[in-house]
Ligand binder design. Structure first.
Ligand code: SF4
Ligand code: SF4
Length: 88
């Protein structure tokens, strides 16, 4: 499933450059994750980079966007045509 950013976000911006899919952007109130671009970092990293760097633990699984690992890998391939995913 994609990740989402909770209201705990203090808009520090640390997560945005860490995302391998450019899924994170500054929203009206807090930073936001585009579920069409978030692959849970599958295809690029072993762990979720936004959650790793967030100082207030505001990056959490988005229960409304449940997807299998296979679906997330397919999403990564659509976002990175011609590239080879890093698999763990
Ligand atoms: S889990 Fe990974 S792909 Fe999803 S928003 Fe966070 S850094 Fe980006
Ligand atoms: S790292 Fe955490 S607090 Fe900072 S912008 Fe991202 S979600 Fe918000």
């Amino acid at each position: 499933m994609a990740f989402r950013i909770t209201d705990e976000c203090i808009s520090c911006g640390a997560c945005e450059p860490e995302c391998p899919n450019q899924a994170i952007s500054e929203g009206d109130v807090v930073f936001v994750i585009d579920p069409d671009r978030c692959t849970e970092c599958i295809g690029a990293h072993e762990t979720q980079q936004c959650a790793e760097i967030c100082p207030v633990d505001a990056c959490v699984p988005d229960e409304e966007h449940r997807e299998s690992k296979e679906e997330l890998l397919e999403k990564w391939k659509r976002l990175h045509p011609g590239e080879e995913p890093v698999l763990f």
